[in-house]
Design a protein around this ligand. Structure first.
Ligand SMILES: Cc1cc2nc3c(=O)[nH]c(=O)nc-3n(C[C@H](O)[C@H](O)[C@H](O)COP(=O)(O)OP(=O)(O)OC[C@H]3O[C@@H](n4cnc5c(N)ncnc54)[C@H](O)[C@@H]3O)c2cc1C
Length: 343
């Protein structure tokens, strides 16, 4: 049976960041990915200035937007800053770039290999070649919102968001957020332009709508906004925001598997990267204080409270959205306060 120091499950941004940081410190790291290609994921690809824009190479940025248009039933506001507030990246390219860094650091990546279960320091994997067991000292679950590693810990997922995304073959000039409680409850519709196409989609709390219902609402919103959405290209993804910690004995959870994405906006790339790097530090030094994780957990909690409030008082949702926009317009609330990173 092959033995490794750390077995990381899932080659999304969380798993890649964690594996790279550990391998750079000389640890033997094996990273499993069930898909054959690393990177692609149902996602709008939005990254924020304070979170990530400064950390990824310029050539990965597809669009950078110093202005954000936010619309509600009654208002439309334009927030503008000197630096881009949000930029867009292709998840495929971000994944490939991060995988390159991981390989360079010495991570052994096993694509097309599925994690099936674990116990007593051994994990069962399945690939084209059949089943295989690997022994490990530490197991890191970075396997997204449907995490199997999380399930082996017996942790439930009670708070979860639902996102629908399609790429429209046209580049819109502006980045837009549409707060529309009538259609999306506490969620929103978005228009995020990329280099040659635009991500159009909707995010909502999964307790409010089924996937089919959210899709009907997304299509209605597109019709109202004269957006032609290729219906058969709409893809759905879950956003786990039920955070219950990262360390469970010798098993760790990062990113969506840990429930660290924002329940309010669905922003999860930054939390995945930060938690992946922080968990690597915790494995290397169990006394590591994890300041960045505490900060992330604080922002996460703030966002979850806001979603809880908006979902409970859905009846006054449109009033709340109008108040939120007024506060943004008159700078009583900073747009960056809605981000997962800190200013
Ligand atoms: C529609 C939509 C739009 C979004 N838009 C944005 C956005 O604009 N900005 C933003 O910041 N966030 C966005 N998000 C959230 C973001 O995509 C996630 O939060 C982020 O990808 C989490 O990263 P991760 O590394 O934790 O997990 P993931 O990126 O989900 O990676 C997990 C990996 O694990 C693999 N895996 C799963 N199970 C197994 C297994 N059993 N064995 C082996 N491998 C496995 C998967 O194939 C996957 O590659 C969006 C989400 C959705 C659904």
């Amino acid at each position: 049976m092959e033995q490794t120091d750390i077995l990381v499950v899932g080659a999304g941004p969380g798993g890649l960041a964690c594996a790279t940081a550990l391998a750079r410190q000389g640890k033997k790291v094996i990273l499993l990915e069930r898909k054959s290609t690393l990177g692609p994921k149902v996602c709008a690809g939005g990254i924020t200035w304070h979170g990530l824009i400064k950390l990824v190479p310029r050539q990965l940025i597809e669009g950078a937007f110093p202005a954000q248009i936010i619309r509600s039933g009654r208002q439309s506001i334009r927030l503008e800053e000197k630096n881009p507030i949000v930029a867009t990246v292709s998840r495929a390219e971000l994944g490939q770039w991060m995988a390159g860094q991981a390989r360079e650091a010495g991570v052994r990546i096993l694509p097309h290999t599925k994690f099936k279960g674990a116990g007593e320091g051994r994990a069962l994997l399945e690939s084209k070649r059949g089943e295989q067991t690997i022994g490990y000292r530490y197991l890191v679950g970075a396997d997204g919102s449907n995490s199997r590693v999380r399930r082996t810990l017996g942790l439930p997922v009670e708070r979860i968001g639902l996102g629908l995304n399609a790429m429209v073959p046209r580049v819109y000039p502006e980045m837009e957020w549409h707060l529309c409680p009538r259609l999306f409850g506490s969620g929103y519709g978005w228009i995020f332009p990329h280099a040659h196409q635009t991500s159009v989609g909707a995010y909502a709390d999964a307790r409010l709508f089924s996937g089919g219902e959210l899709k009907r609402r997304l299509l209605r919103w597109c019709t109202e906004n004269r957006i032609v959405l290729p219906e058969n290209e709409i893809r759905a993804g879950l956003v786990n925001y039920d955070f219950r910690g990262v360390r469970f004995g010798s098993t760790f959870l990062v990113g969506d598997a840990a429930g660290l994405a924002s329940g309010l906006t669905g922003e999860g790339i930054y939390p995945a990267l930060v938690s992946g790097q922080a968990v690597a530090k915790l494995i290397l030094d169990p006394e590591y204080p994890g300041q960045e994780l505490r900060q992330l957990a604080r922002n996460h909690c703030k966002h979850s409270t806001m979603v809880g409030f908006a979902t409970r008082y859905l009846g006054i949702g449109s009033v709340l959205m109008e108040i939120l926009l007024l506060m943004l317009r008159f700078r009583l609330l900073d747009f960056h306060a809605l981000e997962m990173s800190d200013i």
